[in-house]
Ligand binder design. Structure first.
Ligand SMILES: NC(=O)c1ccc[n+]([C@@H]2O[C@H](COP(=O)([O-])OP(=O)(O)OC[C@H]3O[C@@H](n4cnc5c(N)ncnc54)[C@H](O)[C@@H]3O)[C@@H](O)[C@H]2O)c1
Length: 333
């Protein structure tokens, strides 16, 4: 039996997810789409899919069993709350929401519903390299993790689409989430240091250096450079008591020519994480088919939002800003 899905937001990642849901994965059918840009929704709609005039109409459609949200972050809260009210499993791209208060409203609604419905798009947790890295740390053979170095480098970001703090309020959530997951730890404080600004970064505060203080005492050092030009380069290295575990360089053909010996670097996130996104949706389809969600939760979305909020405060204050979480509801334990 196929899971009937509606997709809200048919921009860059919405189109990529529609492609994987229609051409790569099985057990799923995109039956409806919506975008505030109707022409874009029309162009992205797979054959036979309905184009709804509003997100609410898509969520209310009885043919839609589960929803994929790929609109902009500030629109996510309203769309998530509509899905929870309708009792429909929902996959929501990061950031889950853009403020602590909004994250708490999602958690409150889901807890009141009584079953997990929300999965947040932290696809790194589904990447084979990150899974192998976590498996090594979890065996404990290297001892306790002490420091984690996370490098998040984008070739470029589209001009005019983001505010100057995009590296902190949009990008950092990935590093915050993967740090919590890899180290099985929580972030308790955030510091931010800003080096000289890259001339390639235009109006963005880019690059930034973020230090996450973890509850265990471990420290996470995050470099975010979103206009580094040469490619999409994601690295991670965990320094433990008795050794170091790192993500491998991405496998690619080794080219030898007059310029030297080299390997290609992924152009963007679609190429680097193509298999992780596929796996993320494979697991989501199974859970959504059972009326629930099992991947990164609204709690994880909340935690990442708090880190982004603290980073924004830290960039202004120049100090260590505390991250204070509410008690974890049983639904997320
Ligand atoms: N997981 C990842 O690695 C990853 C990568 C890229 C983008 N994202 C996230 O995915 C989301 C979309 O990013 P994108 O790059 O596709 O952006 P985009 O601008 O290319 O597309 C967003 C689309 O959503 C539509 N939209 C916005 N608000 C809407 C609303 N209220 N109702 C209906 N449609 C609405 C826009 O018209 C646009 O077509 C963002 O939250 C972004 O952070 C995640």
């Amino acid at each position: 039996m196929s899971l009937n899905v509606g997709v809200i937001g048919t921009g860059m990642i919405g189109q990529d997810h529609i492609r994987r849901l229609t051409r790569v994965l099985s057990g799923v059918t995109v039956v409806a789409v919506n975008d505030m840009d109707q022409a874009r929704a029309q162009a992205a709609a797979p054959a036979g899919a309905k184009v709804h005039p509003t997100p609410d109409a898509l969520v209310a459609d009885p043919d839609v069993q589960a929803v994929v949200i790929c609109s902009w972050g500030p629109a996510h809260e309203e769309q998530l709350l509509a899905c929870i009210a309708a009792g429909k499993p929902v996959f929501c791209e990061k950031p889950m929401v853009t403020s602590e208060a909004a994250a708490l409203r999602i958690i409150e609604a889901e807890v009141a519903f009584g079953r997990r419905l929300v999965q947040v798009g932290f696809m790194r947790r589904f990447d084979a390299d990150y899974r192998r890295l976590k498996a090594v740390i979890d065996t404990g053979t290297l001892g306790a993790p002490l420091m984690y170095y996370s490098k998040h480098r984008n070739a470029s970001v589209p001009e005019g689409l983001y505010t100057s703090d995009m590296p902190l309020n949009d990008t950092l959530v990935h590093d915050a989430d993967i740090s919590r997951w890899l180290l099985s730890d929580e972030v308790t404080g955030v510091e931010v240091r800003v080096p000289r600004r890259s001339s390639r970064g235009k109006d963005l505060r880019d690059p930034v250096l973020v230090l996450l203080h973890m509850a265990s005492g471990a420290l996470v050092d995050v470099e975010i450079s979103v206009n580094i030009g040469y490619g999409y380069d994601i690295r991670g290295e965990v320094s433990c008591e008795a050794g170091v575990a790192a993500l491998p360089n991405r496998p690619a053909a080794v080219v030898t020519d007059a310029h030297g010996i080299r390997q290609a670097i992924p152009e963007d996130w679609r190429e680097r994480f193509i298999e992780a996104y596929d796996q993320e949706f494979r697991e989501w389809i199974v859970a959504a088919g059972q009326g629930t969600a099992t991947g990164p939760s609204a709690w994880d979305g909340y935690a990442a939002t708090l880190v982004a909020d603290a980073a924004l405060r830290a960039v202004d204050s120049g100090r260590l800003e505390a991250v204070g979480m509410i008690a974890k509801p049983a639904l997320y334990s």
